[in-house]
Design a protein around this ligand. Structure first.
Ligand code: P71
Length: 460
């Protein structure tokens, strides 16, 4: 039997017109931007799938909350609303707001990592690894091997490989004391938004307890992971996503988050924990880098929007519609034979550049070239997630050559319709048919840190 169509559980009250451009115009704009989609003006973009970060449409309830911002320097009422939302929805007692996710990572890394300690992560994320390394930490990849294979259909490619953790403890000079904490992310961004299972988390938690190692989540996309658990994992089909989230969080000592994703706001982040010592240190540090511990670089109205976004994100109809839209785009590409990362993840569809443009060698930046070509074709902006993003090894200075060479089509929350998704799919399919015309690039300017943001290229 055909399942019934489910439309979005919201309607559109305000629109933001977008400019239409010609192919010639876009060819000129991408050249001027050094073939880097980060350097395009947003006005020159038709459908912006650069990121799902800070690009969500807020609800009327969130916007009305913005009018109730208490812009006091200290102790704003909105901070207490945020604290209450975090306690009720995530289940952590203490919270320190920050201006966005990487600021929470900075504070956490500085407090929790001793120089020379390992920080195992289920695959790297750019800012998380950068802050760990700045604190003297050593990144250690503990994700299952399947995650590095874009064609492997494992339903939980975000899972942690406990044998890798065990090997680290067995081989490290000071055993478990050589590890700062386990940094575990939901719906692993760089793997394509791939979830972990609750069963895996339970095992990881039991293993970590044995060695007295805390888990600190990067909970940026935890809700999307909860949806996948509800859909795919035995025993969770009838559980509300809200309850799944509470169980998930109960295995961790704390979390950092970029509220610009799950929490449905345009700016903000926080760290939350049940560890009073960590909370006290974080409060000491936040005043140096962000602002007083009851605002952490945010306006009162921003904290209100986050508090309300947290309550909205756990709605089962919302989270289903969000992830299904990503799947809707992904399915069209799969059906047309366009090489994408499978299974389709929670926030993005990722083009597999190694198979899309196999004639471009990795040192000619295939994903960067493909992202530029997609923009020229249709005005769709995407993001390189390959050799440019991976950067250089801090020890050897050599380019890191990641197995995954991807272009990310990231879907903002509650922003585009499925007709927009059809336009994106058409453009990717047309590009795939004419893929031989796409040329490699050479890098002509390379920033020292997080180079992908500002690097410039020329066509070969
Ligand atoms: C995304 C972003 C934003 C971004 C960051 C760096 C390079 C390119 C784009 C941000 C995340 C994230 C995870 C899992 C922490 C942050 C930092 N993602 N963890 O995917 O995905 O949060 O941007 O609020 O500082 O486009 P922040």
């Amino acid at each position: 039997m055909k399942t019934r169509t489910l439309a979005e559980p919201y309607k559109i009250k305000m629109v933001e017109p977008i400019k239409m451009t010609t192919r010639e115009y876009r060819a000129q704009k991408i050249r001027e931007a050094g073939y880097n989609t980060f350097l395009l003006k947003s006005e020159d973009v038709y459908i912006d799938l650069l990121t799902d970060s800070g690009t969500s449409a807020m609800s009327d309830w969130q916007w009305s909350g913005m009018m109730l911002g208490d812009e006091a320097y200290a102790g704003a009422r909105n901070f207490y609303n945020l604290e209450k939302a975090v306690q009720e929805i995530y289940g952590f007692k203490y919270i320190v707001p920050t201006h966005q996710g990487r600021a929470a990572e900075h504070i956490t890394s500085q407090i929790r990592i001793k120089p020379g300690q390992y920080v195992p992560m289920n695959m790297y994320f750019t800012t998380t690894r950068e802050h760990a390394e700045r604190a003297g930490g050593i990144f250690y990849d503990c994700i299952i091997d399947e995650a590095h294979d874009p064609q492997n259909t494992h339903p939980f490619k975000g899972n942690v490989d406990i044998t890798k953790l065990q090997k680290l403890v067995d081989d490290a000079p000071a055993g478990a004391q050589s590890i700062a904490y386990l940094s575990i992310a939901q719906c692993v961004n760089m793997a394509g938004g791939q979830p972990f299972s609750m069963a895996n988390l339970r095992e990881v938690s039991a293993w970590a307890k044995k060695y007295n190692l805390p888990i600190i989540f990067d909970a940026t996309r935890a809700m999307e992971n909860c949806y996948f658990i509800q859909q795919r994992e035995a025993g969770y089909a009838n559980k509300p996503a809200r309850e799944i989230l509470r169980e998930m969080m109960s295995y961790a000592e704390g979390m950092t988050i970029s509220s610009k994703k799950d929490n449905l706001v345009n700016i903000g982040g926080f760290l939350a924990t049940n560890n009073e010592w960590f909370f006290t240190k974080a409060k000491e540090m936040v005043v140096v880098f962000e602002g007083l511990h009851t605002y952490g670089g945010l306006a009162g109205r921003d904290m209100e929007a986050i508090a309300r976004g947290i309550r909205e994100m756990v709605d089962d109809d919302y989270i289903a519609s969000r992830v299904r839209q990503v799947e809707y785009l992904g399915k069209q590409l799969i059906d047309a034979g366009v090489p994408v990362v499978v299974p389709i993840g929670g926030h993005a569809v990722l083009l597999d550049a190694k198979r899309f443009v196999p004639h471009i060698p990795q040192d000619q930046f295939p994903a960067q070239a493909l992202a530029a070509a997609l923009y020229v074709d249709s005005g769709v902006r995407s993001m390189e997630r390959g050799i440019v993003s991976a950067g250089r090894d801090p020890k050897t200075g050599e380019n890191r050559k990641p197995k995954l060479e991807l272009v990310r089509l990231t879907i903002p929350r509650r922003v585009y319709t499925n007709l927009h998704m059809d336009v994106v799919a058409e453009s990717c399919i047309a590009l795939y048919e004419a893929r031989n015309k796409i040329k490699g690039l050479k890098m002509v300017y390379e920033p020292e840190m997080l180079r992908f943001f500002q690097a410039r290229f020329e066509e070969l």
